[in-house]
Write a protein that binds this ligand. Structure first.
Ligand SMILES: [Zn+2]
Ligand SMILES: [Zn+2]
Length: 145
């Protein structure tokens, strides 16, 4: 794992490690290592954000299967969609994004992001099921009422 990105070997004897997201994103990031597992060459220009991992109690990295998208809402303004739930900013300059259902359900789920739109903190315990969206022909997410 490098900077939160994972790489896997091309083949057992290969010295080239390719980004684990090479299929999903056609990402061309790769590294080469010598026999002593020292990096001899690295191309780390990923075209996607790093997968989210957490470290399990036995020390393993477990991928959080998390659908994360920043979307423009039809009404203007931005929303973040995580696992089908949407979040909106508390205020324009705020770094805290609250569940869009905070009023209807008094839901307390929220995330915090840094200036580079990386999630620094997340509380994803919603007390309701995700809203239903469909993607309109012009690529917008529209909430199904
Ligand atoms: Zn990549
Ligand atoms: Zn919620």
């Amino acid at each position: 794992m490098i900077n939160g990105y994972t790489f896997s070997k091309l083949s057992t004897y290969s010295k080239t490690w390719l980004c684990s997201n090479r299929f999903s994103y056609k990402c061309e990031a790769k590294i080469k290592m010598d026999g002593l597992e020292r990096v001899t060459e690295s191309h780390l220009n990923h075209n996607h954000s790093p997968p989210q991992y957490y470290v399990s109690p036995d020390g393993k990295y477990v991928k959080i299967r998390c659908e994360f998208k920043i979307i423009d809402s039809p009404k203007g303004g931005r929303l973040i969609m995580i696992n089908g739930y949407t979040f909106s900013k508390l205020s324009t300059n705020s770094k805290t994004w609250l569940c869009s259902n905070r009023f209807s359900y008094k839901c307390e789920a929220k995330i915090k992001m840094d200036g580079l739109e990386r999630v620094t903190e997340s509380h994803l315990n919603h007390n309701h099921s995700p809203p239903q969206y469909y993607v309109s022909p012009d690529g917008k997410y529209v909430k199904i009422r």
